[in-house]
Design a protein around this ligand. Structure first.
Ligand SMILES: [Zn+2]
Length: 305
């Protein structure tokens, strides 16, 4: 055997790796406003597109303030996927600075899924932005994402469509599994109470009565009047548990739990995924975690014994 072969092979391998790396690095760049939208865009985009996410995991999407790196990333991108219906008040700053070639796509506003209204607070009666909390809502987002990406990058359209079909199948299955799991909670216990009114779509999809202290995290949360209204409701309803969310202040629901003697459970994940080693590491995991928490806190497990 030729003694030069090993180092020649190494050189050749290095050349192949370098060139394949150059080919693999996608030149298409899009922005996702927060982690849930990043997850859904990635399901369609695969490795064909570089996705930069504005609001980091764990931060509140409602109250984010744009940073210089955010602005720089948007300047280099073709599309900004955001939720809309007022979820990201900071998006108006991007709209003001957007070039003619930048597409701003509000998924909830373009989705073929009936919006619900915010039931309480300063934005009462406006469309509720948290549409992704129902799997069918997320499926409607996937359709908008697929259409938008395919229009911008037609050479990748077949790949986008294939991934989208697979993702939608998986989400339909998730919807079915969550429905079955949550049916284990007795009808009288199917009362969902949270700080922000972010679970309206979830409650509607899975048959829960729903109430929250305030409407959106971007408003002045937990006024004395809102707390009193909720306190009266809880005294009347006496649900098995109250819930807090990962990005809302904990003190309000904790105060209500102490006052009423009701159990406090959480966190539910809504406006952000968790870190990769947490329970809501992706979109399906987020909904599964929430469903398991409800199942446990609202007596689903006891009902099966
Ligand atoms: Zn929210």
């Amino acid at each position: 055997m030729d003694k030069r072969a090993p180092w020649l092979l190494t050189l050749l391998l290095a050349a192949v790796l370098t060139s394949s790396h150059a080919i693999a690095a996608p030149s298409f760049k899009v922005i996702a406003s927060f982690s849930v939208i990043e997850d859904l865009v990635k399901r369609v985009a695969g490795d064909d597109i570089t996705i930069t996410t504005i609001v980091p995991i764990g931060q509140d999407v409602h109250r984010w303030e744009l940073t210089p790196p955010n602005v720089l990333a948007v300047e280099e991108a073709d599309i900004v996927f955001y939720n809309g219906h007022g979820l990201e008040p900071w998006i108006r700053h991007l709209e003001a600075m957007a070039s003619d070639t930048l597409t701003l796509m509000a998924l909830a506003e373009m989705a073929d899924y009936a919006p619900l209204t915010i039931p309480v607070g300063q934005h009462k009666g406006n469309p509720d932005p948290h549409m992704w909390m129902a799997p069918e809502g997320a499926i409607a987002y996937i359709d908008v994402i697929t259409h938008t990406l395919s229009t911008h990058y037609p050479e990748k359209a077949p790949a986008f469509q294939a991934r989208a079909d697979e993702a939608k199948q998986a989400l339909k299955l998730l919807n079915q599994q969550l429905t079955e799991r949550l049916e284990g909670i007795p009808q009288t216990n199917r009362v969902l109470t949270t700080s922000e009114a972010a679970l309206g779509y979830f409650a509607h999809a899975f048959g829960f009565e729903y109430a929250a202290i305030w409407g959106l995290n971007s408003e002045t949360a937990g006024s004395a009047q809102a707390m009193e209204t909720m306190s009266k409701r809880l005294a009347d309803k006496r649900p098995p548990a109250l819930f807090y969310e990962s990005t809302t202040p904990y003190i309000h629901m904790d105060a209500l739990a102490r006052e009423t003697g009701l159990t406090l459970a959480g966190p539910l994940y809504v406006d952000t995924l968790s870190a990769p080693d947490g329970p809501a590491y992706n979109y399906p995991a987020m909904l599964r975690h929430n469903a398991e928490l409800l199942h446990e806190a609202l007596g689903g497990a006891r009902a099966e014994e």
